[in-house]
Design a protein around this ligand. Structure first.
Ligand SMILES: Nc1ncnc2c1ncn2[C@@H]1O[C@H](COP(=O)(O)OP(=O)(O)O)[C@@H](O)[C@H]1O
Ligand SMILES: [Mg+2]
Length: 223
């Protein structure tokens, strides 16, 4: 499988000009955001025939993290990133609204990595957007209300990366965004690893597996 084949497959989802939603899932640090950004960068200037500009948008699931204050109320600060530390119903409602394709603009929340909190109204999705790429941990998960998500998506791809490289990248990302190296390693082998096991259990439900060798060949995206 090549990156060009992934591009063609993503582009073909909007062949009729109807809005399509493509999901990308996989464990923490596997490269979901990286793949989405590469696809958007290369596809943005190359819309399908008869589709106008601004045809592609990126709406991460990460914007549906609960705020720290709510995690504290729930006693779940130390498990941030687990299935019950998001608002899956809110995410599914946003995806449904995008699918309905009736609003001139839909604002999606973003996740601010330094604050480690979501911020509403961060991502404007214009009506012209025909392909929405959404990515995150639990697109194929069933418990805690996540089963509402998959029906809103045309396809879901699962990103593979060998565990050693994935954990190395994950720790580097934690450090880049302010964790001490020891705390970063502990978080990666604790909370992140528990989540990775859950996410891995959804792998067989994916429409496509993006192989590790392809993921390794993609360069790191700009932060
Ligand atoms: N080719 C690469 N080499 C080194 N680091 C990379 C590469 N591709 C991505 N990364 C980094 O790995 C980390 C994890 O990737 P990311 O796309 O954020 O994963 P996910 O969204 O699945 O958690 C990020 O900090 C990213 O910049
Ligand atoms: Mg990500």
């Amino acid at each position: 499988m090549t990156f060009d084949q992934l591009m063609d497959r993503a582009r073909s989802l909007v062949a009729e000009g109807t809005r399509a939603l493509l999901g990308i899932t996989g464990p923490p640090g596997a490269g979901k955001t990286t793949l989405a950004e590469h696809l958007i960068q290369t596809l943005a200037p190359a819309p399908p025939p008869l589709i106008p500009e601004q045809w592609i948008a990126h709406v991460p699931m990460d914007g549906f993290h609960l705020a720290n204050k709510e995690l504290a109320r729930l006693g779940r600060c130390d498990r941030k990133g687990a299935p019950d530390t998001f608002d899956p119903a809110g995410y599914a409602a946003l995806l449904r609204r995008l699918h309905e394709d009736i609003d001139d603009i839909v604002y999606a929340p973003g996740f601010e990595r330094t604050l480690e909190q979501p911020i509403a109204g961060t991502i404007p999705v214009p009506r012209s957007a025909r392909l929405i790429i959404t990515e995150g941990n639990y697109l194929l998960f069933h418990d805690h209300g996540w089963d509402r998500v998959r029906p809103q998506l045309n396809e879901v791809w699962y990103v593979d990366l060998d565990t050693e490289e994935r954990v190395r990248r994950l720790i580097a990302r934690h450090v880049r965004f302010g964790k001490e190296p020891t705390a970063a390693a502990a978080w990666a082998s604790g909370t992140d690893e528990c989540n990775a096991v859950l996410i891995n259990s959804t792998r067989s439900h994916a429409d496509l597996i993006v192989p590790a060798n392809l993921m390794r060949s993609l360069g790191a995206p700009p932060d």
